[in-house]
Design a protein around this ligand. Structure first.
Ligand code: BGC
Length: 245
């Protein structure tokens, strides 16, 4: 079964049809720019452009950079505040004309990694961390997700962790890999102290550079890159989109 998976990020909106039994993309992915300000109407238009590009007419799963509780956007850190309170499944189903299921972006990236990737067959506690414009997190135990964990907003020295240790913060502060690894370690150590995971998985665009910073991290649990690298979001969005009635 194929589902169109779409990953809405701070800088790009990426999509591709996914075979959900294998986790493989069945066509080359399309990446379009996230409109400035990420206002609902403008984002819906870009999503519709992705849908039209693939001449898609079936179920769609979308990973979205916010906590989503029973289809309602609860908070806006890196998107327009106009999303908060919106029933995002209904809004995007009506914009695209297709049945749409929207879930938190890190949660769906985690689903893909647990089913097909770096967390496959891991029975213990796994924390996936996506590093991009913000920091997204997903926590699993026994393969089951606890949705909408927002550890990127944990306070470290009075600052949101994502303001210090996201990939955007690394670029903003022009940090070399050693300095960045120190900041990221602070964050992961905080999570380790609270949850004692068996494994950390690092996703997001930065995961393609994993050799430059993962070996420098100072946590007890093993840290591995997402096997799908930055495509975990598309694959996981499709998996979550397959659960609709
Ligand atoms: C949002 C999360 C999201 C993360 C990554 C954070 O700012 O609050 O919901 O998962 O960014 O996009």
């Amino acid at each position: 079964m194929e589902i169109l998976g779409i990953d809405v990020g701070g800088s790009g909106i990426k999509g591709a049809p996914v075979d959900i039994s294998t986790g493989l993309l069945t066509a080359a992915r399309l990446r379009l720019k996230t409109p400035k300000g990420a206002e609902p109407e403008a984002v819906a238009q870009v999503i519709t452009n992705v849908v039209n590009h693939f001449a898609w007419n079936g179920a769609i799963g979308i990973g979205f950079p916010a906590p989503i509780k029973h289809s309602i956007v609860k908070m806006a850190a890196n998107i327009s505040p106009a999303w908060v309170g919106l029933n995002v499944d209904a809004f995007l189903s009506s914009a695209t004309g297709c049945p749409v299921t929207v879930s938190n972006d890190a949660d769906v990236a985690g689903l893909a990694e647990m089913k097909f990737g770096a967390g496959k067959d891991q029975p213990g506690t796994v924390i996936l961390v996506t590093l991009g414009t913000g920091i997204g997190t997903a926590i699993f135990h026994g393969g089951r997700l606890l949705p909408n964990c927002e550890f990127g907003h944990v306070q470290i020295n009075g600052h949101d962790a994502e303001a210090q240790a996201s990939d955007a913060a690394r670029q903003r502060d022009e940090l070399n890999w050693k300095k960045y690894a120190r900041r990221l370690s602070r964050f992961l150590m905080e999570l380790e102290k609270l949850f004692w995971p068996d494994l950390f998985i690092i996703g997001g665009g930065i995961s393609k550079d994993h050799q430059k910073f993962i070996p420098l991290l100072k946590v007890e649990a093993p840290v591995v890159p997402a096997q799908f690298l930055n495509e975990a979001g598309i694959v996981g969005a499709a998996l979550a989109g397959s659960n609709q009635p």
